[in-house]
Design a binder for this molecule. Structure first.
Ligand SMILES: [Zn+2]
Length: 278
C-alpha cells in the first residue's frame, strides 16, 4: 500500500523512544487489553465509514432503524443480505470481501502469543482479527460473516446454520428462534454476553492499547477512562489526533501497522537485550 503504508514509514527518534516505553509498559502490566476501531483496518483497504472517501459517503448510509426493520420483516432483510440491492450494503460487502489482515492485526496476535495481551476488544465487524489469528477476541459490534439468534443470542459461524433462500429467515439450531446477521445494526442493543465480557476484561486491565479508534462511540468510549480511573495506563496509536489525544498518558502518532511492528521489535529487545540497537 502506498499512502500511510507500513513499508515507507520511519518513526522519528521521539516516536521510537515512546514506542520503546510502550514495550516496557506492556512488559510490566498485569493485564493489557487492546481496543481497536476502524482506523486499524484502513491499512487493510477498508475506508472509514464517514468523512471524505468513507464507505457511507460513497454508497449512502444504512437506515438508522435497521434493527427494527429486521424485526418487522426478517425475510426481506435476509433477501437483502443474500443479494444486496442497497448501495451501502453492496459497497460494504465488496469492500469486506476484499480486505485482508495487516501488520497491526498480526502484531496483536504475536503479543497475545507472548502472553503480553489478555484480549482484544474490537469495534470492527470485518473479521480481520479472526483471520489474523487472534484468539481472545471480543467483537462488540459483531462480525459480518457470523450469524446470531435474536432469541437466545447464540452466535454461529455461517456454516452451522442452514440458509434456504426459499424459507427465510433461517432458524436457530438451538432454540428455533429467528437468526440474523451478527453485525449490530443501528437501533440494536449490543448482545449482553459480549458486553459483559468486555466489562470483565476492562475491569481486570491495568493497561490499554487504543488502536485506530476515535473514542467517540459508546460503550467502548468509556473503557479507556475506566482503566485510567483505577490507576492504569492507556496508550493511543493513531495516525491522526483524536478526541482521546491529550486525555491519555501516551499517544503514538503513526500508521498502526508500522507502529505495531516497531513495538514488537522493542518487545523482542526487552526479552533479548542484544537486539536493542537494531
Ligand atoms: Zn436461539
Amino acid at each position: 500500500m502506498s499512502d500511510g503504508g507500513t513499508a515507507d514509514f520511519v518513526p522519528s527518534a521521539a516516536l521510537d523512544a515512546a514506542i520503546a516505553r510502550t514495550a516496557e509498559l506492556l512488559r510490566d502490566a498485569r493485564s493489557t487489553v487492546a481496543l481497536t476501531g476502524a482506523g486499524l483496518s484502513v491499512e487493510s483497504g477498508i475506508p472509514p465509514f464517514r468523512g471524505p472517501g468513507g464507505l457511507w459517503t460513497k454508497y449512502g448510509e444504512p437506515p438508522l432503524d435497521g434493527y427494527q426493520r429486521f424485526l418487522r420483516d426478517p425475510a426481506a432483510a435476509w433477501r437483502e443480505r443474500l443479494r444486496p440491492t442497497e448501495g451501502w450494503a453492496r459497497g460494504l460487502r465488496d469492500t469486506l470481501d476484499a480486505a485482508r489482515p495487516n501488520a497491526a492485526h498480526r502484531a496483536l496476535v504475536e503479543l497475545e502469543r507472548r502472553g503480553l495481551l489478555a484480549c482484544t476488544i474490537t469495534q470492527n465487524i470485518d473479521d480481520l482479527h479472526r483471520q489474523a489469528g487472534s484468539r481472545a477476541l471480543l467483537e462488540i459490534h459483531g462480525n459480518h460473516r457470523w450469524l446470531r439468534c435474536v432469541e437466545c443470542h447464540r452466535r454461529f459461524e455461517p456454516e452451522h446454520v442452514a440458509v434456504d433462500p426459499e424459507r427465510l429467515p433461517p432458524r436457530c439450531p438451538a432454540c428455533d428462534g429467528v437468526v440474523k446477521g451478527d453485525t449490530v445494526q443501528f437501533g440494536e442493543p449490543i448482545p449482553p454476553a459480549v458486553l459483559r465480557a468486555c466489562y470483565d476484561a476492562v475491569e481486570r486491565a491495568d493497561c490499554m492499547l487504543l488502536i485506530g479508534t476515535s473514542g467517540t462511540v459508546y460503550p467502548a468510549a468509556e473503557f479507556p477512562f475506566e482503566v485510567l480511573r483505577r490507576g492504569g495506563t492507556v496508550i493511543e496509536i493513531n495516525p491522526y489526533e483524536s478526541e482521546l489525544t491529550g486525555m491519555v498518558p501516551l499517544s503514538l502518532r503513526g500508521p498502526a501497522g508500522a507502529v505495531m511492528e516497531r513495538l514488537l521489535h522493542h518487545v523482542g529487545a526487552l526479552a533479548d537485550p542484544r537486539r536493542a540497537s537494531a
